[in-house]
Design a protein around this ligand. Structure first.
Ligand code: 5GP
Length: 242
């Protein structure tokens, strides 16, 4: 399968058309960004680690009945996926309060959230991804109330499956962001990626961070070791390619 035309170059991934109009090729680059792209570094093999971790997680989700855009991993950092018309909403699920939640609201860092909290942010760097509510989503015309209900339910299902999968690898899923899109028949599928870039992952014994938060905090030299630790824990030895 060959890359044809570049149709979208995001902060860390590039999307290309293929000879099949219903499919795209997603190339995971080695870029790492923070602060809506204000800070950017290149990290050796980061694209490959994220693509392989994402592919594994998408496969686990598919096995548990959650529909995703993932088709195949063509190269370590290149994914073949169903073409989606992306919904510009970042669906965030939180199991433990931290990050922007504790910066913006009177809730103590580390508070367990039971039931988990679902939050929707507008995916728009120019506006710094502001938080949405049902009325705003309707006013902006980005999803119907039925679609919002679907996204909420799907995100909570993903949380259930992924929390269990990761805890078996000694990782606590603190919170994460997912994005969805519509295929050519209008079905809503999970898209984008699920990797340490968009999740808070803590070691279940030490509570050490194993995700991009290290980079956000300026601990650049520790980031790749954390990503590699996640890779080593969730990819079985006979599936390891790096
Ligand atoms: P917070 O709102 O606390 O900054 O982030 C909550 C969760 O969503 C974290 O796991 C964070 O990684 C993820 N998240 C929120 N917004 C973004 C975003 O724009 N890009 C990425 N990669 N992850 C995000």
């Amino acid at each position: 399968m060959d890359k044809k035309e570049l149709i979208n170059s995001g902060k860390v991934k590039s999307v290309y058309t293929t000879s099949n109009d219903d499919e795209v090729i997603i190339e995971f680059r080695d870029d790492m960004t923070a602060g809506d792209g204000a800070r950017k570094e290149v990290m050796d093999k980061k694209g490959s680690y994220n693509a392989i971790i994402s592919a594994k997680i998408f496969k686990v989700l598919e096995e548990n009945g959650i529909k995703t855009q993932f088709i195949d991993l063509l190269e370590n950092n290149v994914m073949l996926a169903k073409k989606l018309d992306m919904i510009p909403i970042e669906v965030i699920v939180r199991n433990i309060a931290t990050g922007s939640l504790v910066r913006n609201y009177p809730i103590e860092d580390g508070t367990k959230l039971n039931p988990p909290m679902v939050q929707m942010d507008l995916k728009d760097d120019d506006y710094h991804d502001p938080m949405l509510n049902d009325s705003l989503i309707q006013a902006l015309g980005i999803a119907t109330p039925e679609e919002v209900e679907f996204l909420t339910k799907a995100a909570l299902e993903i949380n259930d499956v992924l929390s269990k999968f990761l805890i078996d690898a000694g990782i606590i899923l603190v919170d994460f962001k997912v994005e969805f899109g519509k295929d050519k028949d209008g079905n809503i599928l999970l898209g984008d990626e699920i990797s340490p870039d968009g999740c808070r992952l803590w070691d279940s014994e030490t509570l050490d961070m194993l995700d991009k938060e290290l980079f956000r905090e300026g601990k650049d030299s520790e980031v790749m070791d954390a990503y590699i630790e996640v890779y080593n824990r969730i990819i079985p030895d006979d599936e390891k390619v790096i």
